[in-house]
Design a protein around this ligand. Structure first.
Ligand code: UT7
Length: 318
């Protein structure tokens, strides 16, 4: 039987750091409100020539190096993003060109904050059906480009960045299962105004009814943990690590509490990154792999929730 296994992880955060104190100068907010309500202290934002595909390329290069492969070994590129550089070509094709990879399928996946989990699941299925042997899966978002910087309810929450993994075909289990969901009825709670059919008179901007999203997120993220464990005949105590989507420390803590998992088994980056949408889970994975917390063969649960609504999980034996 063929499995897909993570060969290497990578991440990239823009150099420009914006603290809560800096945001106090432009909107009616406070470091105290942001910290207490979200757990965010600072976020990284793109500047100059940095785009989503630039961040994705940098994250990919570090994952390729960690995997110890040559870029041309890659035969599939899946890039999860909501903020591609252009409507088309896909940002994945731009990354392919930047990496000098000649011919392989390359496409974007749009599942907002759950995008990386969708991408990982798709790539896993390519590998298990022998349609690919070495896949690059990236989550990258330049959220700062679709925020209304005068709306304190949204602009303080997000950051920019990219995270990536290289998946290789293996006889040893890696991705144990993945679980994807969507429910399109919730569009009005979280969407981006503007677009192909809605016009470009105003810059695109995120609209969110935060309190409502919060409630559904907590409920859904707890449910998907149960679904994932049941599918693998595992119990909560079998998990070594939880890597949740990094939107709000209160959502993360509530999920961990329902799981009965102590916070020192939960990877948290929201304090330093903010919500980086599709980049949030792979960035957190990369941080914890590089600082030595996540070790080979440990059982790690990745989960995410976002616009759509979409939600999903992947259980991996790292
Ligand atoms: O990644 C995709 C999924 N997204 C999420 O999971 C986000 C889920 N939602 C959340 O994380 C939280 O709901 C927020 C952080 C967005 C908001 O926290 P909250 O505790 O639900 O606050 P709220 O929206 O109920 O607002 C409470 C008060 C309001 O004032 P009034 O009406 O009570 O006078 C807001 O106007 O806080 C006010 N407020 C702020 N005050 C200072 C909202 N944003 C800010 C701000 N600074 N940045």
């Amino acid at each position: 039987m063929i499995f897909s296994r993570i060969l290497g992880t990578g991440g990239y955060l823009p150099e420009r750091v914006v603290t809560n104190a800096e945001l106090e100068e432009s909107v009616a907010t406070s470091d105290q409100w942001i910290w207490e309500r979200t757990g965010i202290r600072k976020r990284h934002l793109v500047s100059g020539e940095e785009t989503t595909s630039v961040m994705a390329e940098r994250a990919a290069r570090s994952a390729i190096e960690a995997a110890g492969i040559d870029a041309n070994d890659i035969d599939l590129i899946v890039l999860a993003t909501t903020t591609p550089d252009r409507i088309y070509p896909a940002a994945a094709c731009r990354v392919q060109a930047r990496l000098g990879i000649k011919d392989c399928p390359a496409f974007d996946v749009q599942a907002v904050c759950t995008g990386f989990i969708y991408g990982l699941s798709i790539a896993d299925q390519f590998i298990r059906t022998k349609s690919a042997t070495c896949a690059l899966v990236i989550g990258a978002d330049a959220n700062s480009k679709i925020l209304d910087w005068s709306d304190r309810r949204t602009c303080v929450l997000f950051g920019d960045g990219g995270g990536a993994v290289v998946l290789g075909a293996s006889e040893k289990p890696g991705i144990l299962s993945s679980h994807l969901h969507a429910d399109g009825r919730y569009e009005q709670l979280l969407y981006v105004e503007g677009g192909v059919f809605h016009g470009y008179d105003q810059p695109a901007s995120v609209k969110m009814q935060g309190g409502e999203v919060f409630k559904v997120a907590v409920r859904t993220l707890s449910r998907i943990v149960d679904e994932t464990l049941a599918a693998n005949n595992l119990e909560k105590k079998d998990l070594d690590w939880l890597i949740p989507h990094q939107a709000n420390i209160r959502i993360i803590s509530a999920t961990a509490k329902k799981l009965g998992l102590p916070m020192d088994q939960v990877i948290v980056t929201v304090e330093d990154h903010g919500n980086t949408s599709a980049a949030s889970v792979p960035l957190a994975l990369d941080v914890a792999v590089r600082d030595g917390r996540i070790k080979r063969d440990q059982i790690v649960l990745l989960e995410a929730f976002g616009g759509g609504f979409t939600w999903g999980s992947a259980l991996i034996q790292y």
